[in-house]
Design a binder for this molecule. Structure first.
Ligand SMILES: C[S@@+](CC[C@H](N)C(=O)[O-])C[C@H]1O[C@@H](n2cnc3c(N)ncnc32)[C@H](O)[C@@H]1O
Length: 384
């Protein structure tokens, strides 16, 4: 709140915080939200008087725990975005981005925490704190309820449609273009790493597994200016992304499973230097080990970036854990297949990262270890 650039922006931060607290429905968070609500006038006054009772430290490190269920997480974000979109692009942005930046503010935003009230009113169906003058902007709890409801209706309605058609309908929602908060989960430092790699190594081709909405795909197309091949196993996302990206002739969106897709590409382009972004981890079926096997056997010159990977020594970065033997961490890497490959992690602490703060690892084939090692944004781990 203190880091917001003005009073209106701080109010929006409060709205977003209350929404988050109400959605999470965790007793401790509810208590914190109520306390903040009690002191909100004093907190917001900082932007009028410049005086606070605490230090202005800017945004706190956002710690995101390993998520086993990214599908649900993604759907939540999407539903938020869908329902908030009609209420204003700025609000939508504020909810969709994890590193919420203060959007331009409509007048009359009056944040107050109503998470507990939300639950009691669900039981009674009666809004006992609402006044006739309440409007949609000054009741975050109403917004959350309406969002959840409309989101469910939208999903339900679209499930009745063939996935290809649903994907086309999804194109009507501009917020979907920035899924996960923007390219590479909205992580600016990660984007820097990719730019550095693109500048340091002469790649011939970019390959991505797990297209989803094509947000990172589009980023790769812009940064590398090379052929980009991406694969998506879900028809609705494939339908969406292939249409979204059809104005980019250098991008090819395929439908299917990432493993045969990589095998095909490895056969066709074995001699090329490739940048590969592995992000097709989503549910029970974790293709990562097999994807790495295909890559290690298929290319001599490759740099692989894996999303949602544990960064040793920095718990601020989130990573995926799909159960025993399926934790995305260094132990998961097939030592034999990747012998001689270098492991690199982000040099920057998660504290300084933006967006979802998901961890990542970069693997460099033996012939490219030296080039990757020269990049300041990456720190060398061990050689496999
Ligand atoms: C985390 S999302 C990808 C996000 C995307 N790379 C981005 O940065 O915006 C994972 C996607 O992988 C897809 N997926 C899961 N398993 C797959 C597989 N075996 N082959 C291809 N795609 C898969 C899912 O349907 C989902 O859309």
């Amino acid at each position: 709140m203190y880091a917001a650039k003005n009073l209106h922006a701080a109010r929006w931060e409060l709205v977003a915080f209350y929404q988050h607290a109400a959605e999470a429905d965790v007793p401790e968070l509810n208590r914190l939200a109520k306390t903040v609500s009690t002191w909100e006038t004093e907190i917001l006054n900082y932007h009028v008087t410049g005086i606070s009772n605490g230090t202005n430290r800017g945004p706190e490190p956002h710690r995101r725990e390993a998520s086993k269920d990214r599908t649900r997480d993604a759907q939540l974000r999407e539903l938020s975005a869908q329902v908030v979109a009609p209420l204003g692009r700025d609000m939508e942005h504020s909810i969709n981005c994890s590193n919420q930046r203060p959007p331009p503010t409509p007048h009359g935003v009056k944040p107050s925490y109503q998470g507990e009230f939300r639950r009691s009113s669900q039981r009674t169906g009666h809004d006992d704190r609402a006044t006739p003058s309440d409007d949609r902007w000054n009741s975050p709890a109403k917004l959350v309820r309406m969002r959840a409801y409309l989101g469910k209706v939208y999903e339900h309605a679209l499930r009745a449609l063939p996935p290809g058609v649903a994907g086309r309908v999804d194109l009507l929602w501009p917020s979907y273009r920035d899924s996960w908060g923007g390219p590479l989960n909205g992580q600016v430092l990660r984007q820097e790493i990719v730019r550095d790699l693109a500048g340091a190594i002469q790649f011939d081709r970019v390959i991505e597994t797990g297209t989803y909405r094509g947000t990172s795909t589009e980023f790769f197309a812009k940064v590398f200016d090379l052929p980009v091949e991406t694969i998506e196993a879900n028809r609705r996302y494939f339908s969406y992304s292939s249409r979204r990206l059809r104005t980019r002739p250098e991008v090819s969106v395929a439908f299917g499973d990432s493993r045969p897709f990589l095998s095909r590409l490895a056969k066709a382009h074995a001699h090329q230097t490739v940048f590969i972004y592995l992000d097709a981890h989503w549910a029970e079926d974790l293709p990562l080990a097999e994807e790495l096997g295909v890559i290690a056997g298929g290319w001599l010159r490759a740099v692989v970036m894996i999303d949602d990977f544990q960064v040793p020594g920095d718990p601020g970065y989130g990573y995926d854990d799909y159960g025993e033997g399926k934790v995305l961490s260094e132990e998961y890497l097939p030592g034999n297949g990747l012998r001689g490959w270098g492991i690199f992690y982000p040099s920057a602490s998660a504290f300084n990262e933006t967006g979802s703060k998901r961890g990542s690892v970069v693997l460099a084939s033996p012939s490219l270890v030296e080039a990757v090692d020269a990049l300041a944004q990456l720190q060398a781990g061990r050689v496999l």
